[in-house]
Design a protein around this ligand. Structure first.
Ligand SMILES: Cc1cc2nc3c(=O)[nH]c(=O)nc-3n(C[C@H](O)[C@H](O)[C@H](O)COP(=O)(O)OP(=O)(O)OC[C@H]3O[C@@H](n4cnc5c(N)ncnc54)[C@H](O)[C@@H]3O)c2cc1C
Length: 456
């Protein structure tokens, strides 16, 4: 569909002078307006917003937490995987610029051969926020997009309802990018679908950090042994505790120096609980189980490895993490076969390097399959097939579960964020729908690191 600038912008501009009603509210608290609205400020969303703003779009980022980083900072997951394949960098651009700035602030280790980047969550928040501010992004923290987006006659999204501490506002935009991982936009109007059949989705995990670990003696640290991130002694002890019924939520296999970089601290990704992500009661029960069992898991670790004898829980994640939820109904869904083939379609906007790593619900195992060549992620997997002004990135990219099990990690989510933000900004400038944009123009933009207007 080709839209001239007037008709493409027409719906939302008309609405700007005649605010629509927010369902259930007398009138919205504020009426806001942007060229590009990014929902979710995780690895995909904060990079998408920076990219859109650097390409000249008036960009608003809406994020439920009070800081950027999503699962990286609220969920304490790490390291940032994976920038390298076969020792060569496959993700550059804004994601690698972010990592360099993180390292310059003493918040990351960047020289691991596989391109995994351990980091300090607090520094991550700060650097991401600084980059958003420098790019001129309007960040609406502690604000959630709620309910079904309001549609224009042509089926495009005209506006979304925002909730800040229960007060409702309304935000109109020309382009919307769903980076919420759960599908704050993709979940409505048939724009998306569940990635896996109910009950077959990967399980939830709740990560935590331990202090008081003798990291000089701890047997396995990602820093020194990037082949084996599992600690076999801890894993055996936790499996024994599972078999005896002492704990129920061990999903291993990690106790690694993955997301922390300071001596004495390790990040632990060891809990696992299956839940239907559409069911608040199941999520609450799974999260409660994992929270309840963390002290017991730590007791097992203290008894199993002398390096952990003095370990204590320094911090637990603010939220448990869903490894998969919805996905966009896109122009193209990446199949497992094309992904592992290593072929690169002309609209390839990012390369994946992480193994296809599917965690199994109901056991501590995982299906892990290593790539022989980097997997290609095409732009068409980010563009909605149903809604003319909707894109998605990160956890919502259209891909079969096996391919997604590689794409789902942070470096690739950031790279898809940059592609989605760039596409949205170019579409807004050209006054056309993303699917009518010349994909080669987007690919060409991604080869150059976009700068802020101030040259930063
Ligand atoms: C347990 C676990 C372990 C993992 N381990 C690793 C690892 O070791 N290395 C790695 O690289 N990756 C890991 N991952 C994957 C990593 O978390 C994802 O790659 C990454 O977080 C996805 O980024 P995202 O931006 O798509 O989503 P998220 O990080 O989930 O961010 C989504 C953001 O959207 C916000 N949001 C959601 N709904 C709304 C709404 N309605 N309104 C406003 N904001 C909203 C959320 O608050 C959140 O900040 C792990 C994931 C899990 C669950």
């Amino acid at each position: 569909m080709t839209l001239n600038r007037r008709s493409f912008l027409g719906g939302s501009l008309a609405a700007a002078t005649c605010p629509g009603a927010v369902p259930g509210a007398a009138e919205p608290n504020r009426n806001l307006r942007a060229d590009v609205c990014v929902v979710g400020g995780g690895p995909a969303g904060f990079v998408a917003a920076i990219a859109a703003a650097r390409h000249g779009a008036k960009t608003t980022l809406v994020e439920s937490f009070g800081f950027p980083g999503g699962m990286a900072t609220a969920g304490l997951v790490g390291p940032i995987s994976k920038f390298n394949f076969g020792g060569k960098r496959v993700v550059d651009g804004i994601p690698w610029e972010f990592v360099e700035r993180l390292a310059a602030r003493g918040g990351a280790i960047t020289d691991l051969p596989k391109g995994n980047v351990p980091f300090e969550a607090e520094v991550y928040r700060r650097v991401a926020r600084e980059m958003l501010e420098e790019a001129g992004v309007t960040c609406l923290w502690q604000t959630s997009v709620c309910g079904a987006p309001e549609l224009a006659k042509d089926g495009s999204i005209r506006a979304v309802t925002l909730s800040t501490a229960g007060f409702l506002s309304r935000l109109e935009a020309n382009l919307f990018i769903d980076c919420s991982a759960s599908g704050a936009l993709v979940g409505y109007h048939g724009f998306g679908d569940f990635r896996s059949a109910r009950g077959a989705a990967q399980p939830l995990s709740l990560c935590f950090h331990l202090g008081g670990v003798d990291t000089a003696k701890a047997r396995v640290l990602v820093r020194h042994d990037n082949e084996r991130s599992a600690n076999p002694v801890l894993r055996a002890a936790l499996e024994t505790a599972m078999k005896s019924g002492r704990i129920k939520s061990f999903g291993g296999p990690w106790a690694v120096w993955g997301s922390t970089i300071r001596p004495g601290f390790v990040s632990v990704n060891a809990t696992r609980a299956a839940a239907d992500v559409t069911d608040p009661v199941e999520i609450a029960e799974a999260t409660a189980l994992m929270r309840r069992e963390i002290p017991e898991i730590v007791e097992v670790m203290r008894g199993a490895d002398p390096a952990f004898r003095e370990a204590y829980v320094a911090q637990t994640a603010a939220a448990s993490g869903f490894r998969e939820c919805r996905e966009l109904k896109a122009l193209h869904r990446v199949t497992a076969a094309e992904f592992v083939s290593g072929e690169r379609p002309a609209d390839t906007i990012a390369l994946a390097a992480h193994p296809m790593d599917r965690h199994l619900a109901g056991s501590s195992g995982q299906n892990l399959s290593f790539l022989k060549k980097p997997g290609a992620i095409p732009l068409s997997a980010l563009i909605s097939a149903k809604c003319p002004n909707l894109l998605a990135a990160g956890g919502l990219v259209a891909a079969e579960p096996t391919a997604f099990a590689s794409i789902r990690v942070q470096a690739q989510c950031m790279a898809t964020g940059q592609a989605a933000g760039t596409t949205a900004a170019l579409s807004a400038r050209a006054g056309c729908a993303p699917k009518d944009l010349d994909a080669s123009a987007v690919v060409a933009c991604l080869r150059v690191r976009p700068q802020n207007a101030r040259g930063q």
